[in-house]
Design a protein around this ligand. Structure first.
Ligand SMILES: *Cc1c(COP(=O)(O)O)cnc(C)c1O
Length: 454
């Protein structure tokens, strides 16, 4: 690293503009340089502090410019499975780069794309027969919805223009995915442009019967409904809200009986987050379309997958070119990203990782039972599924994302060297699977301290 920045300096001296206009990388910190040129996601720059400059990462640890260490307790926005800068993934990607780094995916193919599709189809339910690649979670959902609408369109069914979505959902930040997600301050400026969606209440414990009745009532207009989209078992961005497989199974059955395609957004829940490969592995009824991303490459590279049934795929086969699925991204099926995906699956299915996944669940269970008693008066709800633990803190004022609690908690844990990003008053752990018992114990102790203090 030292050499590279020194070299950079030499190059700078040859630039034509006056020296005083060049930012000096030695005296100016990364954060200050960042603040002059960058615009960050989900960030109100008027009030946000400087961005923390991370210079390297290893395992569950992030290291900043000053050498401070942070435990990445949210897997860098839910993507990282095996720890950062994993040498196995790094080596596979480096080898692939020297062979083939990128090639157009229309009219051409390559080994990593084919092999990853083969392996994913082995892991997905049997009804999944085709893999369509894109770049990220939002695009995988866009593709899923385009598949669903065009599936009917290609068969001359033009009335099916509506989608059922769960209230409080999150499916991405593009227009189509904002339309099927929860409406909030995040989407308000765009609401006039978002297509109409029928919202179904979340089938929370105790409300299953009412939700079933609503779903059944909606079926009177099933000839206008193309698809039912949902985050299976856990609504991530909505606050790690959890519901049971049995009710989802019933909702899927109703949709299927009424000719409505079912889309499982497993972008957050996939790859053993819930304790099984996919959250829908807890069900016997299988969705028609799956959306995958985030953990797909172990969190190393951007990649999205939309998988579907043979029936959906076949509805696009025709001598009529207009029945083609007209969707592509420049980096569709990037060979490096597919290679990272293959390497991640090797690690994910290893005995060691599988044991870690069990261990995290066991430790989370013990901790949640402990604080459910000892800190009962501070906690509104504790939710645990697989490797995801969410603690909803009791608060008197509003419980929205913008509530104070979020900032207080975020800063408290950062100070302790833990990266957590509470969702409103919900603090949660969604760590890389390689986290040690020692690091988890430290995080638990900090959570207890935080709950005692507030
Ligand atoms: C993160 C997420 C998305 C969006 O994925 P991006 O890669 O951020 O576009 C969609 N659905 C769910 C359930 C997610 O958690």
């Amino acid at each position: 690293m030292q050499n590279i920045s020194e070299k950079h300096f030499v190059i700078d001296e040859h630039l034509e503009y006056p020296v005083e206009n060049i930012q000096n990388p030695v005296i100016s910190s990364l954060s200050e340089r960042d603040a002059k040129v960058l615009w960050h996601p989900f960030t109100q720059h008027q009030t946000a502090p400087f961005s923390i400059p991370i210079v390297r990462a290893e395992g569950v640890y992030l290291f900043d410019e000053n050498g401070k260490r942070y435990i990445d307790a949210i897997a860098s926005w839910w993507v990282n499975l095996h720890g950062h800068s994993h040498p196995y993934i790094a080596q596979k990607v480096a080898e692939q780069f020297l062979k083939l780094e990128q090639v157009i995916f229309a009219g051409f193919t390559h080994e990593p794309a084919v092999h990853l599709a083969e392996r994913l189809l082995e892991l997905l339910p049997k009804n999944q027969q085709r893999i369509f690649y894109s770049d990220n979670g939002s695009t995988s959902v866009e593709v899923a919805m385009k598949m669903a609408f065009q599936y009917f369109h290609n068969q001359g069914i033009t009335k099916k223009t509506k989608i059922i979505a769960l209230e409080n959902g999150y499916h991405g930040d593009t227009f189509g995915t904002m339309a099927v997600g929860a409406k909030s301050a995040f989407t308000a400026p765009f609401d006039p442009f978002l297509f109409e969606v029928i919202y179904l209440p979340i089938p929370l414990k105790g409300q299953e019967t009412a939700v079933l009745e609503t779903m059944n009532a909606l079926m009177s207009q099933s000839d206008e409904i193309a698809a039912f989209i949902f985050e299976p078992l856990i609504q991530g961005a909505g606050g790690m809200v959890m519901y049971e497989p049995e009710i989802l199974e019933k909702l899927l059955t109703i949709a299927k009986e009424n000719g409505i395609l079912t889309i499982a957004d497993e972008i957050m829940t996939g790859f053993y987050r819930t304790g099984k490969m996919f959250a829908t592995d807890y069900l016997t009824v299988k969705p028609d379309i799956f959306c995958l991303s985030k953990g797909l490459t172990g969190g190393a590279m951007a990649l999205g997958v939309t998988s579907c049934t043979q029936a959906i795929y076949e509805a696009f086969l025709s001598d009529d070119r207009r029945k083609t699925l007209f969707h592509s991204h420049s980096f569709t099926a990037n060979p490096l990203a597919c290679t990272a995906g293959l390497a991640s699956l090797d690690l994910l299915l290893s005995d060691e990782t599988q044991a870690q996944i069990q261990q995290i669940n066991t430790l989370h269970k013990g901790f949640s039972q402990k604080i459910a008693k000892s800190l009962q008066h501070k906690i509104a709800d504790i939710r645990l599924k697989g490797t995801i633990l969410a603690i909803e803190i009791k608060v008197s004022e509003g419980t929205s994302y913008f509530s104070n609690m979020r900032d207080i908690a975020y800063n408290f844990f950062l100070e302790k060297g833990i990266l957590m990003r509470p969702l409103g008053n919900v603090i949660y752990l969604l760590t890389p699977y390689c986290i040690s018992e020692e690091d988890l114990s430290y995080i638990y102790a900090c959570i207890e301290e935080f709950l005692e203090e507030i």
